[in-house]
Design a protein around this ligand. Sequence first.
Ligand code: TYD
Ligand code: MG
Length: 487
Amino acid sequence: MPKLRSKFICQECGFQSEQWLGRCPECSSYNSFVEELVGSASDERKLDITLRQKAEPITAIVKRGFVRERSGIDEIDRVLGGGVVRGSTVLLGGEPGIGKSTLMLQMLHSFLSIDKERSALYVAAEESIEQIAMRADRLKVASPSIMILPDTDVTLVCEEIERLKPSIVVVDSIQAMVHPELVSAAGSVSQVRECASELVRMAKVTGTSIFMIGHVTKEGVIAGPKVLEHMIDTVLYMEGDQHYALRLLRVTKNRFGPVGEVGLFKMTEDGLEPVTNPSEYLLSGSQVETSGNMAAAVIEGKRPLLLEVQALVAPTYFGAPRRLVTGMDYNRACILIAVLERRADVRLGDQDVYINVAGGIRVTESALDLPAALAIASSRYDVVIPRGVAAFGEVGLGGEVRPVPLPERRLLEMERLGFKTCFGPLYPNGGRFGGELKGLSYIAVRQVGEAISKLLGLGSSGEWRHRRKGIASAKRGDKSSAGTEDA
Ligand code: TYD
Ligand code: MG
């Protein structure tokens, strides 16, 4: 290994220093110094790689293509765009304890069981090899073709990769790796970047696919300001609530396939299990019929998910009303509450509002607006929404219900699960989605107030209006729909 030197370089102007400085003497920027490897040695090494490559016609490369190997776990193959590309690098991010190491161990096992010629290397930079071996044994994924290397030195790991020539490598985790030429601590931006670039180089040269596990910080970024994402081919994030079993595997960058796909797993005693029917899984918890519960159809990646959004509206007895939201964006929920108050006459100013998306899933899609609004109204007037009713749609500030993408997928999923009625936005085709919707009636609504009056009227045969008169302070004739905006 040639001798390398580390220097601190200002990321703003390129000023070099032997030691870390808080403020650059050249351009006066603060906190801009990052340790980097420089010097003739690394130039020499780069030259060495470039000399090995020869230019060739682009068509020849098109013909050759790249080799995609199935990992054996469909949910992983789906997010990777069809399988693991040979010689590619994948970053798997997620909070500590979410199940990254477990997923990788299970993937190695299924990857190897597809083809007996394949071999794997697991770099245990974080946990002891005994811990990993015992877990693999418990998960029944231990196999003699999985080699474990307890090392944190990236140069030694690379030497081992060159010696063993495994088909796949998992580095657990990239933050625990160190480059011996750098003086900074493991996990620092410069260490993570140098170690990753060393591994990326290794993947390209040897054709080994390398998966790197990276912990995300509380802000949700992998090891500092996106230091890795530009050099890695595919970036996956594993997310979920630690108190729930559901785990989502998202792809945020993919040089070999589309982004936006999600894989779904549930954490069990025997490791991670793929969830093939997520809607059934998410709705399975809704046993009791109470007001404030509403089924919603959202899209995660390209998959329709039916889930339950719950709202509880209770009088405020002291101070300002509280709004507590889990599973959806807090600000969006606050906007919805204001829209309900102003546009649909649902009085919430003296009420606490609690919103929860059941199942521990976090929904970012705006299609949750209408179901959440209906759940709030249902709880406010204490009218139970009958089973078999679902909704989707974005709600604008004017109270208007706006179209969201892929309505057909949502409706087909509802139909599959035996839903009878769906409230949603008005689409240009008039809300008739082909002839394929048999047992499901689609009720297109323009305004959130219109949806509330139609839905709550549906539940308890007009009884809600009677109750509403008692609750709401609006002085409107009970024949008019609850909040069709006429101002
Ligand atoms: P782990 O894969 O170690 O998480 P990470 O590598 O992302 O830090 O998984 C840790 C959690 O998963 C741990 O809290 C226990 C849980 N778990 C199970 O519930 N079942 C299992 O079979 C395994 C292996 C872990
Ligand atoms: Mg781990």
